[in-house]
Write a protein that binds this ligand. Sequence first.
Ligand SMILES: Nc1ncnc2c1ncn2[C@@H]1O[C@H](COP(=O)(O)OP(=O)(O)OP(=O)(O)O)[C@@H](O)[C@H]1O
Ligand SMILES: [Mg+2]
Length: 432
Amino acid sequence: MSAELPFTVSGVTVRGKRLGTRLGFPTANLSYPPVEHLPPNGVYVALAQIDGQRYTAILNQGQHPTVPEGQPTIETHLLDFAGGELYGRRLTLTYLAYLRPEKRFATLEALKAQLAEDRAQARRWAEMPSAGMGMPPAHAPNQKGEPMNDMHPIAIPPIDTQDVSYHYEEDGRLAVNHVSLAISQGTFVAVLGHNGSGKSTLAKLMNALYLPSEGRVLVCGLDTAKEEHLWAVRRHAGMVFQNPDNQIVATVVREDVAFGLENLGVPQPEMLPRIQDALVAVRMTDFASAAPHMLSGGQKQRVAVAGVLAMQPDVMILDESTAMLDPSGREEVLGTVRKLNREKGITVVWITHFMEEAALADRVVVLHEGAIAMDGAPRAVFSQVDALKGLGLDVPPMAELAAMLGEGGLRLPAGILTVDDMVKELTACLSK
Ligand SMILES: Nc1ncnc2c1ncn2[C@@H]1O[C@H](COP(=O)(O)OP(=O)(O)OP(=O)(O)O)[C@@H](O)[C@H]1O
Ligand SMILES: [Mg+2]
């Protein structure tokens, strides 16, 4: 088990409480998801991100004296951590540097002296201009004080399908046809494609509901085909489906949100705050005791989103989760999920037939006959009006109007998607 630095691992859940002040600063125990290729045992400096806050962390990785052999639990010191409960919170850790091997100290004084040195080193790393940018500084010192020029960033994409194919029947047509799609953390990806193009099949491959016939799917670095990863994969990548009524299992909203946590065996004291946080995030706290069948479609979908959110996933996959809703319900659900993406950094795979929803994504992937036909920023994809039509897709009306004006001789810049874009470009064009 080894890794080059910097190295990012996301989806780390804090299992330990904040400890006392014996050492003069907070420490917390973290438990890791079973990601392969973690850096080996030792003391590392890392950047820790918790709900958008960034801290410098010193990680005692691996054989920490208080940790049972082989258990991927570590202790971390968060520099400048001002206090507050960490239990159950989620971290993204970017390992920046190896400081020293883990060791036992004969006296508390010796430990404190070592920690003071660790902290000074950690601060030097954190102050490097490139810290956290994914790239190490060119002349950053290694643990021997020598420059380390040969490091490469390794960030694990939450979703990484590698040449994946899937067929429903032996010798049948490929429903997903050699798809390689790496989605980086925090991205909101819209997946488009006409009926039967393979969107739902691909979605189900992304959380181990289906296993690839060929190729492999990694979810946060975990191979979905390995049976021992099944529950971790489902926890990392949560799915919301199309029909809100098929997803609700309990007779009270709060219990419905609890359902997934119960399946995971999350202990009761941890469950309650997680349910509450999830309901707050989807703005459904007022309905916690309501009967789900009394809710609107949009509200039901928000409850379904809360149920996934309570599992603290890295990725949410929503398969046409707005298809059965009225326009205001669609807006509610999309707005909620976009906010979770922006504020909590949750990666989103948003499957839709609505072009105006896809236009709001960071990245648009178009499937055709199970394969990726287009992949790019919304403006790049939607300016290819003829190609989209050839794939049986609609084009946002303003993109189409821009194309028609172009044919008529009025050339506007590429990438017009919205009425606002059109007004701006036309005004600029006419005032010339
Ligand atoms: N359970 C199944 N058994 C056999 N073939 C299936 C099954 N589900 C889907 N398929 C086939 O696999 C292909 C891809 O279907 P999929 O449902 O992934 O497409 P989709 O893009 O999600 O379509 P839609 O827009 O209608 O939801 C289609 O040809 C479909 O007929
Ligand atoms: Mg589908």
